[in-house]
Design a protein around this ligand. Structure first.
Ligand SMILES: Cc1ncc(COP(=O)(O)O)c(C=O)c1O
Length: 445
């Protein structure tokens, strides 16, 4: 599936062997240079929400580039204004009316950290600087977002460069870090957020940062229904800002515009990326309440931008992608097809090497183990999750690899919202076959 030129690509190492060479993509399908078709059950990196190859998006981007190639992010352009208006009027939870546009998820999360810190400094509370994060989380690969995140594999080796920030436990009911079981636990993991704030010293904590539903780190961890309301109340009581990272879950992925809508909360800061443009151009965003921004604005403090933030072409792409989601009612479709995907995956719940199938909407994950009774994973050297992804590609379906100890082997699913019934059946069938083949390979190795 590759040639000598691919093997010589001057990329930094990202894996083993030459990369898959994709020549074109349309709808839910990728096509390699050799003409092999691969069903994109991962929507790229769980972001191609409206599907690949929409000509109208390409055309609007081309026109935007002809009109205004580049101007600094603090200038207004027609596409920037249209996008912000659409976001505020039709997409964002009420109360989040301030928008800062970047060029991706990591940048947005990094900017959100700067924003909450700057908020407290401008408000005369310079002692509030600690950012509370959670275990088994991911917020990006800048050094600050790695420090807030709880992804041991991606942090490994960088620890001396990472601020030692406090962490609350993940909502990982399958292997509850507190050794409890829902509902008898009374959602003790929410109370752990308060305990972590108290341990850190409430007056020193600036914000609590988390994904409302976990992404690919441990694989689509959905918290108990009561969790977020209680955590939001704890944060409010301690003057700690609540920052929700919806880079993966935002813009319809879980069957609502934003995952926070499932839980009936509005954070102080909400962060988006990925699905904002559905993969058509690089863009990320930080959305904040007036109360977060007001102290900064009142003092006339600057908030530094990124050169490529709010690029006019990216704004044009996002505006059109969001319009497509609205026109084709695709957020509702994500909820419906998510239920179908979940039903198609149900037989896997009895598979001897599947510990759990979990997720919401079109963000689903399967956690694999050697022993379903004890939840013992396969040895790390078996790289079971990676094997499933390779077996999937060989059978014509791309799954998204995830997982970090103790959720060592996780396969994520995040197809475009336009995925059909037949494609859902194919995804479920090939996933079962790929798991069987990968397990056989791991046992033989
Ligand atoms: C929840 C979450 N936050 C942040 C990021 C980082 O986004 P990016 O890769 O666009 O920098 C990701 C990427 O997967 C993510 O899933």
């Amino acid at each position: 599936m590759s040639d000598a030129r691919d093997a010589r690509l001057p990329f930094l190492p990202t894996g083993r062997g030459a990369p898959l060479h994709v020549a074109r993509a349309e709808g839910c399908w990728l096509e390699t240079r050799e003409g092999h078709r691969i069903l994109d059950a991962a929507g790229g990196a769980i972001l191609v929400n409206v599907g690949h190859g929409r000509r109208e998006v390409a055309e609007v981007v081309a026109r935007a580039l002809e009109e205004v190639t580049y101007v600094v992010p603090v200038f207004a352009t027609e596409h920037r204004l249209r996008l912000v208006e659409r976001l505020v009027d039709r997409w964002l939870p009420a109360g989040l009316g301030r928008v800062f546009l970047t060029s991706g998820g990591s940048e947005s999360m990094d900017a959100a950290l700067r924003l909450v810190r700057q908020h407290h400094v401008s408000a005369g509370r310079p002692e509030r600087w600690k950012i509370l994060g959670r275990e088994l989380s991911y917020h990006g690969t800048t050094l600050a977002t790695l420090a807030v995140g709880g992804h041991a594999k991606r942090r490994a080796g960088f620890e001396p460069l990472l601020l030692d920030l406090p962490k609350a436990p993940a909502c990982y009911c399958l292997r509850c870090p507190l050794g409890l079981r829902y509902p008898d636990c009374r959602v003790a993991c929410a109370d752990e957020v308060e305990r972590a704030i108290e341990r850190a010293g409430p007056e020193s904590v600036a914000a609590f940062v988390a994904e409302p539903i976990g992404g690919s780190t441990a694989g689509a961890l959905v918290p108990p229904p009561e969790y977020w309301q209680r955590v939001a109340e704890i944060c409010r009581r301690h003057g700690v800002l609540l920052v929700m990272d919806e880079v993966m879950t935002g813009f319809g992925r879980t069957g609502r515009r934003f995952a926070v809508e499932h839980f009936g909360i509005t954070p102080d800061v909400l962060v988006g990326g990925k699905g904002l443009t559905g993969g058509y151009a690089p863009l990320g965003a930080v959305f904040a309440s007036e109360a977060v921004v007001a102290p900064i604005a009142e003092r006339g403090d600057d908030f530094m931008y990124y050169t490529y933030g709010a690029h006019p072409a990216s704004c044009a792409a996002a505006d059109r992608v969001l319009e497509i989601l609205e026109r084709e009612d695709l957020v509702r479709r994500a909820a419906q097809m998510g239920e179908k995907l979940r039903a198609a995956l149900a037989p896997l719940e009895r598979h001897p090497h599947v510990a759990e199938v979990r997720g919401l909407g079109l963000l689903q994950a399967v956690e694999l183990v050697r022993d379903r009774a004890t939840l013992e994973p396969f040895p790390a050297a078996a790289r079971l999750g990676q094997r499933v992804v390779v077996e999937g590609i060989l059978r014509g379906v791309f799954f998204y690899p995830g997982g970090v100890d103790p959720a060592r082997d996780v396969v994520c699913l995040g197809p475009p919202f336009v995925v059909s019934d037949a494609e859902i059946e194919t995804i479920a069938r090939v996933l079962a076959e790929s798991i069987d083949a990968a397990v056989a390979g791991a046992k033989a190795s």
